[in-house]
Write a protein that binds this ligand. Sequence first.
Ligand code: ADP
Ligand code: MG
Length: 306
Amino acid sequence: MIEVSNLTKYYGDIKALSDVSFNVNDGEVVGLLGPNGAGKSTTIKILTGYLQPDDGVVKIDNLDVLTHTREIQTRIGYLPENAPLYPELTVQTYLRMIADLREIPREAQQARLSEAIYATGLADRLTQPIAQLSKGFRQRVGLAQAILHQPKLLILDEPTIGLDPTQIVEIRHLIQRLARNSTILFSSHILSEVEAVCDRVIIIMNGELKADAKLDELSTSSDAILILQEETAGVNQALQALSGVSAIEPLRSTDGHPGYRVTAQSDVDLCPSIYDLARRSDWPVRELRRDVRTLESVFNQLATAE
Ligand code: ADP
Ligand code: MG
């Protein structure tokens, strides 16, 4: 659905994006995760045709965004980082105006408006001028305009920024509901948010793509953890000799037992061969498992490596 190839973008001398490539498949919910200034909004503006890259190509539904800008903009739902709302208009008037702009046929407008208003919980704010709304409600108006024409693809730039915890949970549920019928790419600098909603996460830092993986792939490392009942001679050497092993690091379990972290040369699960070796060698195995990392630890590892 989205194909991003080798995007590079400069603002004057600042390199905001450097050779960024990724895809988003039909039906996926993908989180674009990165700290402030990472290049998320820049990426999203290029994807939606509101900013031109210095290099690289974006295709949406196989159409080049640079040459089919209008067409693509009508197909997608986009929540920009600063939604251009009209402060003097009431919520209702604003959404009607958007419905006209999107050329939603008059006879379909009422139903679409009701759905969007219901989905974003705006029913009791319809006659209020946008200027009087809290940040959270303005964000909902932004979301309502993004989903009004029932786009198959939603691109949301930090949809929960500035919201309080209750509102964040509500928006999260809304994204989950919308995900049943749409492909969604949304950016965030909040790990837990991405973790809660996404199938896949793309991490960018300093304008560079650092990771692109399903959540469970990211959180499963290729390290195996072997914990023994007590110190056992020859274990280290035997593990070294095991095929596919690249490094071994001694460790202690939280309850004080000796063990090893065994790192694989490639992304293979070493546990079956370690299990086999341990059984043959009669080691007093207490625990053998693949290491599970949290998204937070992955993110922090990447951030410290920067
Ligand atoms: P994010 O959305 O991840 O916070 P941005 O894409 O907004 O990051 O910004 C990426 C980098 O580009 C930052 O260093 C930011 O300061 C810079 N930048 C963004 N917009 C502009 C602009 N209009 N002019 C100059 N620099 C910009
Ligand atoms: Mg941003």
